[in-house]
Design a protein around this ligand. Structure first.
Ligand SMILES: [Zn+2]
Length: 266
């Protein structure tokens, strides 16, 4: 019979960059949930989970793995700061920079629809497939940039802008369920939200057309709509956003989630 060994802290594997604005895939054997950033994160039956650092995340981070067998285990680590740009955007229609009272009603509809779309707690890990770019093109606006529109200071940019001609097909970045489609909103125009499970969503904005329906299951690479210039824009582009459990992060950090070169142990 094997001797009983004292319970040892188990290593947690993370894959991605330990930096502000990044998402990381994690692996913790036997964990039932992860506590991070004062929130609960789902763990798949095989032990996989996701965490993301926001644009202004603190340097000192703590992650807690909760398992029925080992109880709670804390992991402390530090992340590196990311230098964010300043984006000076001119030529935005003035009514889109300073909305009228009538437009405020539209903005309320937009916020409430988006909030509902992002409120699903889907216990599926469709995201394990990995991610692709929804459109190829020049990056015309980076994630996290402090935006100054027609001279007025606005909130930091919450996605990545990819310039492409109007009508260019937009692909689903990974498998998932459509939670929002269309809407012609004040800021984001026609918008698609895909739920990849575990509270990870990708957002596709300013579309000319949204060609899927709420509730549809879409596969990675499937055409979901066309690039357009609806909402608050100065020209045709895809605004690609990503959010995990309410934290917005750099969508391109999804692309190396399945690259083993980016993995390390805590
Ligand atoms: Zn954008």
């Amino acid at each position: 019979m094997a001797a009983l060994l004292p319970i040892q802290a188990q290593a947690i594997e993370l894959c991605g960059k330990k930096a502000q604005g990044e998402i990381l895939k994690g692996y913790a054997t036997g964990a039932s949930k992860i506590l991070f950033n004062n929130q609960e994160y789902m763990v798949s039956p095989s032990g996989n989970f996701l965490i993301a650092f926001g644009r202004d995340a603190q340097k000192e981070q703590k992650l807690t793995a909760v398992s029925d067998k080992n109880g709670k285990q804390d992991y402390n680590f530090t992340i590196t700061p990311t230098k964010w740009d300043i984006q000076n955007i001119k030529g935005v229609p003035q009514k889109k920079v300073t909305p009228s009272e009538k437009d405020q009603k539209e903005i309320t509809r937009e916020r409430s629809d988006l909030k509902k779309a992002l409120a699903h707690k889907t216990d599926k890990n469709y995201w394990e497939k990995g991610f692709i770019l929804p459109v190829e093109g020049r990056i015309s606006g980076k994630f996290g940039g402090q935006r100054i529109m027609n001279g007025k200071k606005m909130n930091p940019h919450q996605g990545l802008d990819i310039a492409a001609p109007e009508g260019t097909p937009v692909k689903a970045a990974s498998n998932g369920i459509v939670r929002m489609s269309g809407g012609n909103y004040f800021y984001t125009g026609n918008t698609i939200v895909i739920d990849h499970g575990h509270e990870l969503y990708t957002i596709y904005a300013h579309l000319k057309s949204a060609d899927v329906k709420v509730g549809d299951y879409v596969k990675q690479g499937q055409i979901i709509g066309k690039v357009g210039k609806t909402g608050r824009v100065t020209g045709a582009h895809l605004h690609w956003g990503a959010t995990l459990n309410g934290t917005r992060f750099l969508p391109t950090s999804l692309l190396h989630m399945n690259n083993a070169d980016f993995c390390f142990n805590l």
